[in-house]
Design a protein around this ligand. Structure first.
Ligand code: KG4
Ligand code: ZN
Length: 360
């Protein structure tokens, strides 16, 4: 089964074709082997990051206009036949995300489904991130229940996945998402947008123990997070340095400026908080595998710390670095499992839902 995936929820326009190898599925199931086998045939991502950098963040209307300009050429570039003949189903991100941006992908998907007479799947963007781990070698190791730490620019959630399409949210951020905190700290330090890659690069040469930033809610008895106070702590620290005459503006000598130490100490606080809570959730819910996904899953320190903290016999699935950020292959992958369950939506009635929750 071949699925066309379409993603436009934020500042990446993406088109992908993923093939589910269900030939021999029943045979594999009979052997109690998991027939995940997904092949990425096409995976095109057009990032708007440079466009939004001058605003210091994503501007919804600008994002939507760019999606409109780019999405159709991207579809043509994917080489899909004009009549959609090699495609069996269409999967599109229908939320959460920015309404004007989401609508571009959703309307294209509806039109194609209508004209090509193909079944249509509405995929939750967060579900897409979770399925990004099934697009690589080792994905057959996924076992349920799986505990997922989902960390992106808009979300920070701990999700218990009990089966395909079955999610329970056991914790979430009460304010800023982890990626958002990286972006805000980067802005504060003049490192540009998006902040995650810039801050983590600076952190490489800094001392993570230089500044004792708080580990928000680390001792709370629940699985929730809060990163807004941490961002404020960094702001207060930076102001304090500026008042003491040691500016943190870029262009000055970085080492002396301490930017690398600020980045490393901030990153250490985020990573320790995320990893501690995830391990506590593992101890409580005893999952058979753990998933780390979302844009922040690109963070090397987070990947390494989580792998280190987990017991060696517990499978950790992390997407390939090329699939941590927004892409349409992960949307097609999630869509494939909906299609296997005949979980389709009506193209006439599908509307984008900016606040679509994956789980209660
Ligand atoms: O999943 P994603 O591409 O978009 C959303 O669904 O939000 O995540 C984007 C977020 C941004 O906040 C970006 O700064 C962050 O992921 N990010 C990182 C890294 N690479 C991207 N955060 C920390 N370290 C990174 N290496
Ligand atoms: Zn995302």
């Amino acid at each position: 089964m071949r699925i066309l995936g379409i993603e436009s929820s934020c500042d990446e326009t993406a088109i992908a074709v993923v093939e589910g190898r269900e030939a021999g599925r029943k045979f594999l199931q009979a052997l109690r082997l998991k027939p995940y086998g997904l092949n990425v045939l096409t995976n095109l991502v057009a990032s708007q990051a440079a466009l939004h950098a001058k605003y210091g963040g994503v501007v919804p209307e600008v994002a939507a206009r760019e999606h409109v300009d780019v999405i159709f050429p991207l579809l043509i570039e994917s080489g899909i036949a004009r009549d959609g003949s090699e495609i069996d189903a269409i999967a599109v991100t229908a939320g959460p995300g920015l309404v004007p941006a989401l609508r571009v992908g959703v309307e294209l998907a509806k039109s194609l489904a209508w004209v090509w007479k193909k079944p249509l799947v509405a995929v939750n963007h967060l579900e897409g991130h979770l399925y990004s781990v099934l697009l690589q070698e080792g994905s057959e190791k996924l076992e349920f229940p799986a505990l997922a730490l989902l960390v992106s620019g808009g979300h920070t959630e701990l999700i218990l996945m009990t089966d395909h399409g079955q999610y329970e949210r056991i914790g979430a951020t009460r304010d800023d998402a982890a990626g958002e905190a990286f972006d805000k700290v980067a802005k504060l330090l003049g490192l540009g947008y998006p902040g995650g890659p810039a801050v983590s690069k600076m952190a490489l040469t800094g001392n993570p123990e230089a500044i004792a930033f708080p580990r928000p809610m680390i001792e709370s008895g629940n699985f929730d997070f809060s990163f807004s106070g941490l961002k404020t702590a960094v702001a207060v620290y930076v102001k304090g340095r500026a008042a003491a005459g040691r500016s943190t503006a870029l262009g000055l000598r970085l080492k002396e400026d301490g930017i690398t130490d600020i980045c490393a100490s901030f990153q250490a606080a985020v990573v320790e908080t995320l990893v501690t809570k995830t391990i506590r959730a593992v101890e409580k819910f005893h999952p058979k595998s753990v998933i780390l996904a979302g844009g922040v899953a690109a963070n090397k320190s987070l990947r390494e710390s989580l792998a280190h903290a987990l017991q060696k016999d517990l499978t950790l699935l992390v997407p390939d670095l090329s699939l941590t950020g927004d892409n349409a292959a992960m949307i097609a992958a999630a869509g494939y499992f909906h299609a296997l369950r005949n979980d389709f939506v009506d193209p006439l009635t599908l509307v984008a839902n900016p606040n679509w929750k994956l789980a209660k």
